[in-house]
Design a protein around this ligand. Structure first.
Ligand code: ACO
Length: 311
């Protein structure tokens, strides 16, 4: 029966059709999806912090309203993704526990500080830009609930990216000090945003299998290249410089030639030793603890309601 189920699964994958929660799936496929979707959900939730830092200090009421809406979108993406992961047989409590115990990964990018308002622009332009590049192909991921979640999330990400671009554009049309602030933020976020796509292909242990299962559609390096290609004309329109003196189009090999990415920095951040890892995790723990009474009250209310309908 297992061989038959496996054959049916293989057929669905080969036909570019979709695996749904009640379909049989190999255990390793289930595990890979739980890993990737949970990491993605945690990234959205931890990703609220770098920008949350600026909600009370946004330069105008309009900027504040936009930033609030964007951070709320991220909370929504996180909850949506936790729900998608739950269809695979893990609970929200388990995933949250893994995150606050420091056992779950989340994107390296959210472990960098946001010292200036221009960081809100750079995050929108570069971080959300990288997220879109990575996530548009995930709309076709073979697991139904994940692919469908991505469609909606990508629409919102694309609005986020534009608002970041617009913040930078406003600064670049401003005073010299504002232009310097924008360039400085781009300098600090550029390399970490390239690292978001994951390790180089020859050091990416999960890629081969995830590609065969049609979870991943493009390799880490291919997406990174595509992202650079998207940034170059936009940087020109903004009037900012991408901080890589080696960056140029290599016509012969039809790819962007770049300086070497500092992968030791990436692995340090993954190991929990990035500039803001400890702060991000502590804030998440504190928020979880201070929300305990809400969870307890909701559970008590649910019990009373259930008892009433029994009687
Ligand atoms: N930050 C933290 N961890 C990373 C990153 C990163 N930028 N890139 C790769 N890793 C981790 C992987 O999770 C994997 O760890 P694990 O095996 O312990 O789970 C390890 O490094 C090796 O990488 P790969 O074999 O290349 O892993 P994978 O095939 O999962 O590819 C990728 C990584 C591209 C990030 C993939 O998981 C993905 O597309 N995820 C969905 C998108 C996402 O999570 N975005 C979050 C940031 S965007 C946002 O939230 C706005």
């Amino acid at each position: 029966a297992e061989a038959e189920a496996q054959a049916r699964f293989d057929e669905i994958i080969a036909a570019d059709s979709r695996i749904e929660p009640r379909d049989w799936m190999p255990e390793a496929y289930r595990k890979t999806l739980i890993r990737q979707i949970a990491q993605h959900a945690h990234s959205e939730i931890i990703g609220m912090q770098p920008e949350g830092n600026w909600i009370t200090r946004a330069p105008s009421l309009k900027r504040k309203a936009i930033l609030l809406a964007k951070v709320q979108d991220e909370a929504g993406h996180g909850l949506y993704l936790y729900s998608a992961a739950q269809t695979l047989g893990i609970t929200r409590e388990e995933m949250t526990q893994q995150l606050i115990d420091g056992k779950a990964k989340y994107s390296s990018i959210f472990n960098y500080p946001t010292p200036t308002w221009a960081d809100m622009g750079a995050i929108g332009w570069l971080v959300d830009g990288a997220a879109i590049c990575n996530q548009v192909p995930l709309c076709r991921a073979s697991y139904g609930p994940y692919g469908r979640a991505m469609v909606r999330i990508c629409k919102e990400e694309s609005f986020h990216q534009r608002q970041g671009f617009e913040i930078l554009l406003t600064l670049m049309r401003g005073t010299e000090a504002q232009q310097r602030m924008a360039q400085d933020a781009v300098n600090r976020w550029y390399w970490p945003s390239l690292m978001m796509f994951g390790p180089p292909d020859d050091e990416s242990p999960n890629s081969a299998r995830s590609t065969a299962w049609k979870i991943k559609r493009f390799s880490n390096d291919d997406l990174r290249q595509r992202f650079i290609g998207m940034l170059v004309p936009q940087a020109e329109a903004l009037g900012v410089t991408l901080p890589d003196p080696e960056l140029r189009w290599d016509a012969e090999n039809e790819r962007w030639h770049t300086s070497e990415i500092d992968w030791s920095e990436f692995y340090e951040v993954l190991a929990g030793r990035g500039p803001m890892n400890a702060v991000r995790l502590q804030n998440r723990r504190d928020a979880h603890e201070s929300g305990a009474w809400v969870r307890e009250a909701a559970a008590a209310y649910a019990r009373t309601q259930a008892a009433r309908s029994d009687g």
